[in-house]
Design a protein around this ligand. Structure first.
Ligand SMILES: Cc1ncc(COP(=O)(O)O)c(C=O)c1O
Length: 444
């Protein structure tokens, strides 16, 4: 059967068709210039309008590291999916320490560089090195600052894979000696110092029990001992906290969390003074790999634009949820740095600005089965690891990983439920928690 085309599909031969007027860059018809010439677009390179000294951190979150594309005039840095960049006429130029060109994406790419520019200044650092995951960044920082035979003092509550690096990997493979101490008791940190101590490492708000470290005090102890202080500030990104301003030598973030904020990309960063950061790049990233993909760098760049707004909402939501749980008789214990009952509430008030973070940890009674029932009957909140996403996540551990004695008694007895609060309406989160507590236990 021959299908007949509708009338509108019958097109005039090309040379008889009336051409539409040319469009300008704004989608408007372009006016012909006298003489019939159409003006072609030129993009003048304007002077860099981003002078950080005159911008607040929030403005830098929007503009930092973004470079308009000279070729197309696109106002956002495009995703540069290239493994390699054109070499200079004399390739040996790339060995010059001052060489600023890009060469190979494991060592530096266009999207990675823009993100580094943004993140360094947000945390008041001179330079940043971005990695493929938070763990790649943390590993690179420790690998750079420690040598065989050195001693490290590490907080006894840190992200479990960091604890794993210091219990298994570094002592066994590199002969590094480690003491895990409760960094909220400064006398224990003092007592752990040895002549060979080269590193003190902590999180500002610790994963998962949310104890708060006094960063300035730890910096004092580390520096008096001739050691460096490295701080994982994943739970407290700027503008909440800037550990470099409190004396830390390097700050690290898992960019997978608040910076990206949408649960769809992984990344990590090290920020500090230029020499030290470049040492982590050339020593650990170049040799061990661990570079971020251009696409993930671009996603994190986009996510970080709204970081201050998201963080503000997450802190507000977290506080409302923490207050609800704290007043609930079905809940045994709540840890949230914003509650006056938190052991280090004063340290949190002194160091943090704009809120106390988006994570709330708590313990509920009953049996392991009751607690699973509570978690699995939540309807708005999703059971998954990670944090800092747009949606609220819950992670329940019957036995929180780490030295058992490190955790407060309620977490040892009842396990730990970690809520990583998102951007939903606080009342919906509270209603979800209330309904699931009622399902698993009893009405309030
Ligand atoms: C405090 C903290 N640091 C580092 C990491 C590791 O980051 P990534 O998962 O991006 O490797 C995590 C992951 O949960 C974390 O919670």
């Amino acid at each position: 059967m021959v299908r007949r085309l509708p009338h509108s599909c019958l097109r005039r031969p090309c040379h008889l068709r009336r051409r539409p007027p040319p469009r300008s860059g704004w989608g408007l018809p372009r006016r012909r210039r006298p003489g019939g010439r159409v003006k072609t677009a030129t993009h003048t390179a304007r002077p860099d309008k981003h002078d950080f000294d005159t911008l607040t951190g929030n403005t830098w979150s929007v503009h930092g590291g973004n470079h308009a594309d000279e070729t197309t005039g696109a106002i956002r840095t495009p995703i540069v999916m290239a493994n390699s960049y054109r070499l200079p006429e004399d390739p040996s130029d790339i060995d010059d320490p001052g060489y600023r060109g890009l060469v190979y994406t494991r060592e530096h790419g266009a999207n990675q560089r823009g993100l580094e520019e943004k993140l360094a200044k947000l945390d008041h650092g001179e330079a940043a090195a971005v990695f493929g995951t938070g763990m790649a960044a943390l590993h690179a920082a420790f690998f750079t600052t420690l040598n065989p035979g050195d001693h490290a003092i590490v907080s006894n509550v840190v992200y479990m894979r960091v604890a794993g690096l210091f219990t298994d990997v570094f002592p066994k493979k590199l002969g590094i000696e480690v003491d895990f101490v409760d960094v909220t008791h400064l006398e224990q940190v003092h007592a752990a110092v040895r002549p060979t101590t080269k590193l003190v490492h902590t999180e500002v708000i610790a994963n998962p029990d949310l104890r708060v470290a006094d960063v300035s005090a730890l910096a004092g102890i580390a520096h008096d001992a001739g050691a460096m202080l490295t701080v994982d500030s994943t739970f407290t990104p700027p503008p909440m906290m800037r550990p470099l301003d409190h004396g830390a030598n390097l700050v690290m973030h898992s960019l997978t969390k608040y910076y990206n904020g949408h649960g769809d990309a992984m990344g990590g960063v090290i920020i500090g003074n230029r020499d030290l950061v470049e040492e982590t790049r050339t020593g650990a990233m170049w040799h061990a790999g661990g570079a971020i993909s251009p696409f993930n760098a671009w996603l994190i760049m986009r996510g970080s634009t709204t970081l201050p707004l998201r963080l503000q909402r997450q802190c507000e939501n977290a506080r409302a949820v923490a207050e609800f749980l704290d007043a609930d008789p079905r809940v045994v214990h709540v840890s949230y740095p914003g509650l006056p009952s938190h052991d280090q509430h004063d340290a949190a008030v002194a160091q943090l600005s704009g809120g106390f973070g988006g994570v709330v940890s708590f313990a509920i009674g009953g049996t392991h089965t009751d607690r699973l029932s509570f978690v699995n009957n939540l309807r708005v909140i999703t059971s998954a690891v990670s944090l800092g996403h747009d949606e609220t996540l819950v992670a329940y551990e019957e036995y929180p990983e780490g030295p058992a004695e490190a955790f407060a008694q309620p977490f040892r007895d009842h396990g730990l439920v970690r809520l990583a609060i998102g951007l939903e309406a606080a009342e919906d989160l509270i209603a979800d928690l209330d309904a699931s507590l009622t399902f698993a236990y009893r009405p309030r």
